[in-house]
Ligand binder design. Structure first.
Ligand code: SAH
Length: 400
């Protein structure tokens, strides 16, 4: 058994059951990539069993804080099973579900999504990589499914010193999948889509947008950073339910052409032919500026940009980028119009995001009611012990 001895005073976060051990906290010791090490305080007291990661700043990630726990196949299978079962507690209204959300589910570095009968997984830490075969078998056992596609090509792998890996890990079949979300259908490709194929974390906010569209009967909607058009489909579904889809104008913008082609196909797939839809392969910032110059306005705008600040170190630059985007959006909002604005940056907290949006409104000369706070769907859990889990936050602002 190998040890990892911390420097004096560095045990505090582990005593609060936070699972990360940074390089700077370590006095001596270690192991091979992904090997289980006994983490101990400067005085030699047991703190955790953790997976060692020789190349990462997060030098080890805790599996368990119980000294009697053996880290083996049975332990990991039990963790997988309890995470899968926990999804039964949540009201998800979709057959696209995040089954394992890394640290929040006690499985650091492991992300698993279920799309219908297919699983898609990312192994993002040295520990998850080392136990890959065990975890894959446990996932099939816990779900009763036979197909698991690996998408270990996220940037986090590099930081762990791991090379990208993609392809079928268990079973095989089509990588193109159709899921049902709320009242609509969406397609994705686990081999080529972003992340594992789709942004499941925005499921509840898309639902809310459908409700708002039905209630307010939006005529002109602008969906920025639309990816495969999830919020566009949601708005159209809401309008259709309210009998108000005919003549509605929907502009969706993204810089990914394959994503836009899929967004366009989603309009036909869900039978929204009566709407006037436009899909722009363009930069959102430049397009918003152009729309402001042209004096255009919208009843609803969605701003769901990519992660500008992965960590607090990037927060300042990211704050400027968020503010600029939101300022342009405010200028395009008609009185009574709804802005749904998001940040998925872990480095920008909810309070800071609120301040950024408020100062964007002030700069644009626009006042508004902040009517709702939005967050990730519950299958992307925030837990008490791992505050980093709260990465996605959103606000609904209604222009005065
Ligand atoms: N709202 C989407 C998810 C958005 S993810 C959903 O519900 O599924 C962010 C998207 O922003 C990605 O699709 C990416 O291609 C796009 N993107 C990133 N930078 C961009 C830019 N400068 N202009 C336009 N789109 C951009």
């Amino acid at each position: 058994m190998k040890n990892l001895r911390l420097r004096s005073g560095k045990e505090r976060s582990l005593l609060r059951r936070h699972p990360w051990i940074f390089e700077s906290a370590i006095a001596k010791g270690g192991g091979d990539a992904g090997e289980t090490v006994r983490v101990e305080s400067a005085e030699g007291e047991f703190l955790a069993w953790a997976a060692f990661s020789p190349h990462s700043k997060i030098r080890a990630r805790a599996w368990s804080f119980d000294e009697k726990q053996r880290i083996d196949a049975a332990f990991l299978a039990a963790r997988v099973k309890s995470a899968v079962e926990a999804r039964g507690l949540f009201d998800l209204q979709s057959d696209g579900v995040r089954l394992i959300h890394g640290e929040a589910d006690g499985l650091p570095g492991l992300i698993v999504d279920r799309y219908g009968d297919t699983l898609a997984a990312q192994f993002l830490s040295a520990g998850a990589e080392r136990w890959k075969a065990v975890l894959a078998d446990a996932l099939l056992a816990a779900t009763g499914l036979g197909k698991l596609y690996e998408r270990s090509d996220a940037s986090g792998r590099e930081r762990e010193g791991l090379k990208p890996v993609t392809g079928w890990l268990r079973g095989n079949g089509p990588t193109e999948i159709t899921i049902r979300e709320h009242d609509w259908r969406l397609t994705l490709d686990v081999a080529t889509g972003h992340k594992t194929g789709f942004y499941l974390d925005q499921r509840d906010s898309r639902h809310r947008f459908a409700e708002l569209a039905a209630h307010r009967r939006f005529r002109r909607v602008l969906n920025c950073f639309c990816y495969t058009g999830g919020f566009t489909v949601a708005a159209l579904a809401g309008l259709k339910a309210a009998g108000a889809v005919d003549g509605a104008e929907m502009i969706s913008i993204d810089s990914s052409l394959p994503a836009l082609e899929r967004a366009r196909a989603h309009v036909a797939l869900n039978g929204f032919e009566g709407a006037r839809t436009e899909f722009l392969d363009a930069d959102v910032n430049a397009t918003l500026r152009r729309f402001v110059e042209e004096g255009r306005t919208f009843d609803a705008i969605v701003l769901d940009p990519p992660k500008f600040a992965p960590t607090v170190a990037h927060a300042e630059r990211a704050a400027r980028a968020y503010k600029d985007l939101n300022r342009q959006a405010f200028k395009l909002l008609s009185p009574g119009g709804h802005l749904l604005t998001f940040s998925c940056s872990g480095g920008i907290g909810a309070d800071l995001f609120h301040k950024i949006v408020a100062s964007a409104g002030i700069d644009a000369g626009v006042d508004g009611y902040i009517t709702e706070r939005l967050g990730a769907s519950p299958d992307h859990p925030m837990t008490i012990e791992f505050p980093e889990g709260e990465y996605l936050k959103g606000l609904v602002v209604v222009r005065k």
